[in-house]
Design a protein around this ligand. Structure first.
Ligand code: HEC
Ligand code: HEC
Length: 351
């Protein structure tokens, strides 16, 4: 083997290496360009985010998810979309005590505001869905919500060329159930509420909160009132389940987490909801039984509703009228910007 041969081989090897490096870096940068640059609103930055590894946030997926979220064809008779119940103008809830699905049918529970879902692993009042992806299919198949068999949803959406093209571009397939789950979950992950008066106050703007709200916050975290033991952290939830007695005085109470786990300790327990945007989303509690924040405070002041599994943290509070008003003022200060308001949408880069 002559020296000419060796140098030719080395030359080929170097060319090959150079090309490989180029290809790898090109690939990487195209992935990066696709990824969505999620900006976390003031006040929420210390929270853990739940984004599955196989469903990274990309702009195209979020846009498709937004389309599907507002698409009434997800329901069997084309009348109900996710936004029918999770209405952006009503804080992503519906302003009703319990949800109303197809043909005006009423469900057993109240529609939660679907904000800051990025920061929760399990979903639903009883935590029965392990992820947002898993959650998506329930309302579609639920007979009193959208009542649509999944094969039918896939068939209907596949007949729409623009939707089918979106799926091809993003997932490289026609419409699939998995793609539907991933897209809608991605859209839900960007519905964030922060940057409230409370957050501005915590960030140093001492004038952002009224004296009443400041006193309310002191009470909220005081040993006496101690709401913070369950509504903790900057999303105001411990992500755990508690029995405060809501609905336990009914003839056939909703047993909440117990239905899911069959553990006696879970009897009548429900997930601690976030208090973000709470002034926007009356009525309150899993059965929508309390109409206003004032009724909620009266409920806690009475020590919830007595039952065998009542949380030890729920007890009569003996609040004065002024203290009640302060707690309400504090909760009102947790109202953020609407995550889909025009300016914000543009800054999210998805218009
Ligand atoms: C008929 C009204 C209705 C429709 C339609 C509906 N939802 Fe819901 N949604 C509810 C109710 C009621 C609950 C609470 C159910 C429970 O916890 O058992 C809920 C719960 C949720 C939750 C859990 C929130 C939390 O804090 O745990 C998410 C996320 C959600 N819905 C997203 C969606 C998506 C996405 C769609 C469309 C595919 C949709 N919903 C369609 C009424 C509705
Ligand atoms: C033992 C834990 C615990 C404590 C203490 C607690 N909460 Fe709650 N909170 C919950 C749970 C669980 C729910 C949902 C209950 C249900 O629907 O069955 C809830 C619901 C609420 C709601 C309604 C939310 C919605 O979206 O419907 C508000 C408002 C609220 N709590 C405020 C407070 C305030 C104010 C305090 C202090 C006075 C307080 N909580 C103390 C666990 C707690």
């Amino acid at each position: 083997m002559g020296s000419k041969h060796i140098s030719k081989n080395i030359f080929q090897l170097l060319t090959f290496l150079l090309l490989s490096i180029l290809m790898i870096s090109c690939n990487k940068s195209s992935e990066r360009a696709e990824l969505f640059d999620l900006r976390i609103p003031l006040g929420l930055d210390s929270l853990t985010m739940f984004i599955p590894e196989d469903n990274p946030l990309t702009i195209e997926k979020i846009k498709l998810g937004r389309k599907l979220f507002f698409d009434e064809r997800l329901s069997v008779d084309g009348t109900v979309s996710c936004a029918t119940c999770h209405n952006p103008l009503l804080g992503f809830a519906d302003g009703r005590s319990v949800a109303v699905g197809i043909e005006g049918l009423e469900g057993p529970r109240s529609t939660p505001a679907i904000i800051n879902r990025l920061f929760s692993q399990v979903q639903f009042w009883d935590g029965r869905a392990q992820s947002l992806e898993e959650q998506v299919l329930e309302p579609i198949e639920n007979t009193i919500e959208m009542n649509n068999p999944l094969e039918n949803v896939v068939k209907t959406l596949n007949a729409d060329e623009s939707i089918r093209n979106d799926f091809q571009k993003i997932f490289g397939t026609d419409v699939t159930v998995e793609g539907l789950q991933k897209a809608i979950a991605s859209f839900e992950r960007i519905l964030l509420s922060g940057e409230s008066s409370f957050d501005k106050y915590m960030a140093g703007d001492k004038k952002a909160l009224s004296e009443s709200a400041r006193n309310g916050f002191l009470l909220f975290k005081s040993e006496k009132v101690n709401c913070i033991t369950c509504h903790k952290g900057t999303n105001f939830t411990d992500e755990l389940f508690h029995n405060s007695g809501v609905g336990m005085d009914l003839e056939k109470p909703d047993l909440g987490r117990f239905v899911e786990t069959k553990n006696d300790t879970d009897y009548g327990r429900f997930k601690t909801p976030t208090l973000r945007d709470i002034a926007r989303t009356s009525p309150y509690m899993h059965n929508g039984s309390l109409r206003s924040l004032s009724e909620v405070i009266d409920f806690y002041n009475r020590g919830g509703i007595r039952n065998d599994n009542l949380s030890i943290h729920i007890k009569p509070l003996n609040l004065t009228e002024e203290e009640k008003e302060n707690l309400i003022e504090f909760m009102r200060s947790l109202t953020g910007e609407n995550p889909l308001s025009a300016g914000k949408n543009q800054s999210l880069g998805i218009n």
